[in-house]
Design a protein around this ligand. Sequence first.
Ligand code: 0A1
Ligand code: ZN
Length: 881
Amino acid sequence: MRTDTGQIVHLADYRPTDFVLERVDLTFELDPRATRLESRLIFHRREGVDAKAPLVLDGDELTLTELRLDQNELPAGQYDLSPSSLVIRDLPETAPFEVTVITTINPEENTQLMGLYRTNGVYCTQCEAEGFRRITYFPDRPDVLAPFTVTIIADKAANPVLLSNGNFLGGGNYDEGRHFAAWFDPFPKPSYLFALVAGDLGVVEDTFTTMSDREVKLKIYVEHGKEARASYAMDALKRSMKWDEEVFGREYDLDIFMIVAVSDFNMGAMENKGLNVFNDKYVLADPETATDQDYANIEAIIAHEYFHNWTGNRITCRDWFQLCLKEGLTVFRDHEFSADQRSRSVKRIAEVRHLKAEQFPEDSGPLAHPVRPTTYREINNFYTTTVYEKGSEVTRMIATILGRDGFKKGMDLYFERHDGDAATVEDFVKSFEDANGRDLSQFSLWYHQAGTPLVTASTSYDAAAKTFELSLEQAIPATPGQPNKQPMHIPLSFALIADNGSLVNAASVSGGEVTGDVLHLTERQQSFTFSGVGSRPVLSLNRSFSAPINLDFKQSADDLVQIARHDTDLFARWQALTDLALPNLLQAARDAREGKETVCEKAFINALLEAAADETLEPAFRAQALALPSENDVARELGGNNDPDAIHSGRQAILKQIAKAGAEVFGKLFESMKTQGTFTPDAASAGKRALRNSALGYLALLDGGAERAASAFAAADNMTDMVHALTVLAHRFPDDAKTAEALGAFLKRFEANALVLDKWFAIQATIPGASALSRVKALLEDPHYAPNNPNRVRSLVGSFAFANPTGFHRADGEGYRFLASQIIGIDPRNPQLAARILTSMRSWRSMESVRANHARSALVEIERTPSLSTDVRDLIERMLK
Ligand code: 0A1
Ligand code: ZN
């Protein structure tokens, strides 16, 4: 029976458990439909706890077969069983005792993919956040830590590989064709980090020698035949291990580190101790089938999960409200890793694009919540971009405020103080305060106040006094449950740029704290005065996106061009080009709505083409500059009353004008950026491909575009170029015979590769325009569609809802009705997947009224569906509030 109780959990109600768990000993006898688990748990009553207090264990969809206390069967009167708990009374007052729980579960029928399930014949587990209670009755909360011993017994022929956390203890033959393996994890861990994998898998092996000269075995398990596609992941793993030693001083701690790639997984990957389980999308790659973006994602996610070994596993979370303690910090760590492996500025641009595209809308809509929330109804709904990405930005700001050394001191103290703990955000912040002698209480508001701060800036220059004044004002919008906000500590990196492009050093600055190139805005209103400034400078503000804010700073096109040309911070140069682009895109959307021609400003086009052609700039940066703000970005800037059709056609008009003006530049780039020789996924080559492909995107807007895209598709010798050309062809010329031909050829060639098929579905799901829906509906009937595979569902239904504004937000509301029917269909099988796709509706109120009304009706239709999961119900109710 489903046990989501849907009750609201409050941070303020936290209290430790009454019983301390000393040890866990699990014996699994695997069977696809009736797996038997004998769990032996040693507890003792915590000091000071009432002698009558019962032991409460969590459970979900379990069949209890046997229950023993110190080896004796427990009489029925001594325990209570409910769908969500097992409560045992009359337990020893002080002495430790052993509870033996025997349960039976059905992995084959587990379509939620939480707990123990089967994917392509492989047994696999997912326990974060509350999946372990679907395996056995247990105190399933992150502050209950214990060493685990795990024995797995299974049919040997079907399951030659038997894995769990920790170090391998031993194994051998058992009975009737069965064999067993035993694993021991000496590091006390919470149940959400438990993992078991069993099946017939291929393996890639390597070793890593740690900084203290210990040799660690590295193993990546994949389906047979896919071994060669795991070599990039292995390389990324070794680089991550080395980097964590060098940059954070963190060494790996077990004898073995394993990764298993599975094809059915709700999220990206999971950091189970010593046994990471991955969505195979983030492990498998080769030039023929993976894009540069796939390689970058693999590198980042392999690193992310590995880094969790210290930030998440060795130091875990006291309760789920502290999720950002492990996630925000670990995202920050993986961002820094990727920045060191690739181009720091380009990485930063990509991060900020993602933050603004995903987190900013969340923070300004009905699902807004603090980085450290204080209530939840379904914890699965809090694996959000706010907790992850904004959580990372908050960590980055600590580093900006304290500087490199101060940040390092704080991290060192955090590791030293809290190794082995289930810690809190307060513990984390205190480590930085104590290591640096600095009060971070105002800064901590970043954890507690939701909403993206709006900083308004204006400047004035006094030539006679040689002073330059910057006036700042901050306002944090109201968010659900938080009508009033306190002013925050906002670190703003800045530069003053002179006429000749050089950076100006002011003689002094007054009005607030300034450290290096960072202004500390701490008041609601604050003015900084720079003195000794000989001529009017151009101010570059929030460089590197030092704070995750919306900045309202009306700068002239000339000033923005000056920044775009001269700032030493490449991020700021990209931002200036974006700030030049936006007013043109907004105006184009307004013009399109009124049926008017739009005219793009020359100053912007010239600045953009200048950057595109500038050979002193790295190609990846130039590609980022040429990728104008997306339609969703424009919608966000418009803020409300949005008409996606007008935004789309306005943006297309601007792109065409750029293409015309830059035909020569783009032609040259398309020729000169061709990568030669065998494919390598390194950042420099990827950058060239990105620039060449953005040139192709523009060229395809000119006469003969379809032929150009089709021949680029035919000539492509790697997946990046192929997917890009196919996307250009399908999105610009959906009804051209060449598109049908290319889609057909692509399908034929990659039919057997699920991850490439996902791309085939996604490209078609995102073809703009009202006809997208009928295409998506037809694809649902395609024999290659797989309604139980989360990647496939995301690639078709998810791509349509998240990344096809004109198709999804059709004025007649059909897109919303389609989504509602999908959510209602997916929810009973896989509530997490349904809930995640449903978040595509989070900004429904920003649509113009006809669409908004259709959206509301679709949400109400979902709300009225009987027996919705808590996951979906929680979101729907918040979105309709
Ligand atoms: N801790 C993982 C994310 C994750 C969360 C829940 C899951 O359940 C399906 C799976 C993974 C991470 O941050 O990578
Ligand atoms: Zn994580």
